[in-house]
Design a binder for this molecule. Structure first.
Ligand code: EAX
Length: 324
């Protein structure tokens, strides 16, 4: 047989009889408000890797950035977005019970906060999402929030008086800054940097990982380590997204969500450990000696209001929680 014909015959015999069908993949989209290389991004990536691996790539997880958390929650609620990883900032406007975890100085430290949220207390709060057309999948973490501003060093509560402070769209936080004599200005994260650049507000408050990831040192001079409130985050999904999963895939989904929680918390711990030095290196004036007792005392009127307006018994249970 002529060599060319032989080569042609060999090629035909080697070709697959039928092209393997492209793997049918279902897409799940997750949005969050921070850079993809951030503590939320770490969680989203861990979820993607775990869920795609566990389902043999029958699902494709797409991660996108959207810096308006209220909008993302609305999109999840109406079903145009599968999931979001968001701080609890605006969540209380959708699930009122969540406001209880936004109370200043409620949690002693990270172990306390993580312990409460992973306990029956936190799981019962997640169950409250379903009555609002949302699925609270897993608690994640934003971190302890600290105050930055462009006008002056802040050491004690009196120094906050008169500062225009951007807050999240969160009545619990707004009440606290109002009680300190500041002028709380609620806005979505997407509006924060322009507002700081234009001087619409003097300051803002966020965890170290958020300040570092968004280079807020470029628009803020002073950082005071107030640690005035622990900022939980939460992975929220549209209930139909979960209902479409078979039992095995739903189990894989929840295991991937726990992997997301671990990666997210590990990244917060790492960013918190090195972030303050990094912000000093970038030129911020950092005040570490903060009179926490003075801040707590100055907030007493707000605490009395929280006891009345929120769930006083739940607040006590969370405040008094101890690991077994
Ligand atoms: O969730 O809006 C805020 O200050 C949040 O901390 C930020 O979007 C990360």
């Amino acid at each position: 047989m002529h060599p060319t014909r032989r080569a042609a015959l060999a090629a035909v015999l080697a070709a697959p009889l039928f092209a393997a069908p492209a793997l049918a993949q279902t897409q799940i989209t997750i949005q969050h408000a921070l850079p993809l290389d951030s503590h939320y991004g770490a969680g989203a990536t861990a979820f993607k890797e775990a869920f795609e691996r566990a389902t043999g790539n029958r699902y494709r997880v797409v991660i996108q950035r959207n810096d308006n958390e209220r909008e993302m929650i609305e999109s999840v609620q109406i079903g145009t977005l599968d999931c979001t990883i968001t701080s609890t900032g605006p969540v209380g406007n959708f699930v009122p019970e969540v406001r209880n975890v936004d109370v200043p100085f409620l949690f002693r430290d990270y172990d306390h906060a993580r312990g409460v949220l992973d306990s029956e207390i936190g799981q019962q709060l997640l169950q409250r999402f379903s009555a609002r057309g949302l699925a609270g999948v897993v608690w994640m973490e934003n971190g302890f929030r600290h105050l930055t501003n462009s006008r002056r060093e802040v050491n004690r509560p009196e120094d906050v008086r008169g500062l225009k402070v951007r807050t999240m769209e969160n009545q619990v936080h707004m009440r606290a800054f109002q009680t300190l004599g500041a002028l709380p200005t609620p806005m979505a994260f997407s509006e924060l940097v322009p507002a700081l650049q234009q001087g619409t507000v003097d300051g803002q408050e966020n965890p170290i990982p958020v300040i570092v990831a968004n280079n807020l040192n470029q628009v803020q001079r002073y950082l005071t380590l107030t640690g005035h409130v622990y900022s939980p985050a939460v992975m929220i999904c549209n209930p139909a997204t979960l209902q479409r999963l078979n039992q095995a895939d739903r189990t894989a989904f929840m295991e991937a969500a726990r992997a997301a929680q671990k990666a997210n918390r590990d990244r917060v711990s790492a960013d918190d450990a090195r972030g303050v030095e990094e912000l000093r290196r970038r030129g911020m004036t950092v005040t570490t000696e903060v009179d926490g007792e003075a801040f707590r005392s100055a907030l007493a009127p707000a605490f009395a209001e929280y006891e009345r307006q929120l769930d006083g018994a739940l607040l006590r249970r969370m405040r008094e929680w101890r690991p077994n």
